[in-house]
Design a protein around this ligand. Structure first.
Ligand SMILES: Cc1cc2nc3c(=O)[nH]c(=O)nc-3n(C[C@H](O)[C@H](O)[C@H](O)COP(=O)(O)O)c2cc1C
Length: 174
């Protein structure tokens, strides 16, 4: 019989130290994106590392947005969003799009306006232009699911984020 006895870690208080919990989550390395929207004539953008692919057929992707984000309405009511996957050389943009007012976050940032009217960041490793497919209420965030309508990519080392630090993906060589 397999031993199903819970380990010490799994029996720890579920509402333990929040800082410790964030450290545990920080062990999961991700890429870094800037998601953009165009709402009532204004461009919106925010740094986001909760991006993930969900379904290949149809092509669905997701990310989550804090319910208190100032851009919540833009992302939930404008009908879509564009995800720019940041390249390693764009770490400064990850910080620029995590603070400050809109639309000044775009100041000095090379962008291209798409047929959807949403901006994408030039030089991004990849981009996905999406229509809003579904919103899921999830605690202090909403999960935003989009259907990919257009995408592109080019050879570039993507930016990585782990343990609250930015870095570059390094393949393991045999
Ligand atoms: C690396 C990184 C990843 C982030 N990922 C997310 C995310 O997935 N969802 C989110 O709501 N906020 C995320 N944030 C925080 C937002 O970028 C930040 O709170 C937001 O831009 C602040 O804008 P606001 O004025 O709309 O609240 C992230 C920040 C950083 C630096």
């Amino acid at each position: 019989m397999p031993d199903d006895t819970p380990t010490a870690a799994s029996t720890a208080a579920p509402l333990g130290d929040p800082a410790d919990y964030r450290k545990a989550l920080g062990c999961f390395g991700t890429g870094v994106t800037v998601v953009t929207a165009h709402h009532e004539g204004v461009d919106w953008g925010m740094t986001c590392n909760s991006f993930s692919s969900v379904s290949l057929n149809p092509r669905l992707v997701l990310w989550s947005i804090r319910k208190e984000a100032s851009s919540l309405q833009a992302f939930t009511q404008s009908g879509g969003f564009t995800v720019s996957v940041l390249a390693g050389a764009q770490a400064d943009l990850a910080m620029q799009f995590a603070k400050g007012a809109m639309p000044e976050r775009f100041a000095g940032v090379p962008t291209s306006r798409q047929a959807s009217q949403r901006l994408r960041l030039d030089g991004a490793a990849a981009w996905f232009d999406c229509t809003l497919h579904q919103l899921v209420d999830a605690g202090d965030h909403h999960i935003v699911i989009g259907q990919v309508q257009d995408f592109g990519w080019h050879e570039a080392t993507p930016l990585a984020f782990c343990h609250s630090q930015f870095g570059m993906f390094q393949p393991i060589t045999a």
